[in-house]
Design a protein around this ligand. Structure first.
Ligand code: UD1
Ligand code: UDP
Length: 365
């Protein structure tokens, strides 16, 4: 059996690593499971792509569709055309897509439209309810043509049941991003600037911003960062900047002695920083999950989340996108009143293995 594994953007690389490892293990044990790794090229900078393959020991992709950046339709179109061509040359038996990026949706459509190739969606069923986010459209479209759902939470299971997906297609397996976190934790690396910026355990914060609502508007970006700096009590703020944010940040022009704007970090350095931080301020999805598992206070600058368990169980709190919500949250943090949190069910580091075993059973391998 040939399984295509699709990855296109930074969070995808972290999610596919355990799936590949589990499939390789089955293959090496004699199970008829073989895979083809397809990189769509949605992210292409070394710091957004290549570094993750190196650090997480992900094998080089068999194919790179080199789709690159573009508008939503341009990028979707380029990925679909590239993947369809590959499938026409050599079809697969199952296409595994992960997460909610444009590559996820584009490849699921291309696969489904060619001979009804089976599609498995890892992280299926999550919903933010915010239709202004391209990711929500990607989730809804992908799930509407997915055959097998590998889910991270009971909320996701219920979302799927509510749209009529039958139980036999829903597999509650946990979170592959957390498999990677547990596996790599012993390898986390102190970043080179630790001493240069006078960082100490719980003596600094990490921030990331890349959602269009926060970073595509100069005034919004300026206000958010200014509020964070003002509320930070002078603690060093480490801000690894996503390429989408970098251009606008230059125009917004915020500077402060404790604000350290740096390039995107490698996975091992970034998560070292999160593990020892006083708190994380972010609009990322994956980072709220990692902060939850590491028990680090997390403030999310979004109005909604598709990962509600990071708030109901974990250490995450939604502050919204109004910059005025930042100061009260920091006050609570500095008063030592942030919630402690717990680890969501099934986020135990064994999700990749469960997925491979389910596939083996579904396809009677
Ligand atoms: C994408 C995902 C988002 C995810 C994020 C993870 C979609 C719709 N969005 O957002 O869900 O949270 O990735 O990081 O799929 N760019 C570079 N170098 C790169 C990649 C991008 O310079 O290697 C710049 C380009 O100017 C590009 C912009 O970043 O136009 C946005 O990239 P894109 O992949 O379209 O969306 P992201 O904002 O990265
Ligand atoms: N990450 C990283 N370096 C950074 C910022 C993030 O390695 O400088 C990792 C982070 O640990 C998580 C993933 O990238 O595993 C999250 O990706 P991102 O925030 O880009 O996307 P999202 O999860 O919001 O879709």
């Amino acid at each position: 059996m040939l399984i295509d594994i699709i990855a296109g953007a930074r969070p995808n690389f972290i999610k596919i690593a355990p799936i590949i490892a589990a499939i390789e293990q089955k293959r090496d044990a004699g199970v008829d499971m073989h895979y083809r790794l397809v990189h769509t090229g949605q992210h292409y900078d070394k710091k957004m792509s290549g570094d993750f393959f190196e650090q997480l020991n992900i094998p080089a992709p068999h194919h790179n569709l080199e789709a690159g950046s573009g508008t939503q339709a341009e990028q979707t179109g380029k990925i679909m055309i590239g993947y369809e061509k590959l499938l026409l040359e050599k079809p697969c038996d199952l296409c595994i897509v992960v997460g909610d990026v444009t590559s996820t949706m584009a490849c699921s459509i291309a696969a489904k439209k060619i001979n009804n190739i089976k599609v498995a969606h890892v992280e299926g069923g999550i919903r933010s309810g915010d239709w202004t986010m391209p990711e929500e459209i990607n989730r809804i479209v992908t799930d509407s043509i997915t055959d097998y759902f590998f889910t991270t939470s009971n909320v996701a299971n219920n979302n799927l049941k509510n749209i009529g997906v039958t139980n036999d297609r829903i597999f509650f397996v946990g979170n592959t991003m957390i498999d990677t976190l547990y596996k790599q934790m012993p390898r986390f690396r102190q970043p080179f600037f630790w001493e240069q910026y006078d960082l100490t355990e719980k003596g600094y914060m990490v921030m990331t911003l890349h959602r269009p609502n926060n970073v595509d508007n100069k005034e919004q970006l300026h206000e958010l960062i200014t509020e964070i700096v003002n509320a930070s009590n002078g603690l060093p703020l480490i801000f690894p900047v996503h390429p989408r944010t970098a251009k606008m940040l230059e125009i917004a022009g915020v500077q402060a002695p404790n604000l350290h704007v740096i390039e995107p970090l490698g996975y091992l350095e970034f998560n070292y920083l999160v593990k020892y931080a006083k708190a994380v301020v972010t609009d990322s999805g994956g980072i709220t999950e990692e902060a939850t598992v590491m028990g680090i206070p997390c403030m999310t600058l979004r109005d909604s989340t598709e990962r509600p368990e990071t708030c109901t169980v974990g250490t995450n709190e939604l502050l919204g996108t109004d910059p005025r919500s930042i100061a009260p949250a920091f006050k609570k943090l500095f008063a030592g009143e942030w919630k402690k949190g717990d680890i969501p069910k099934m986020w135990d580091g064994k999700t990749g293995e469960r997925i491979a075993t389910h596939i083996q059973q579904i396809f009677s391998l």
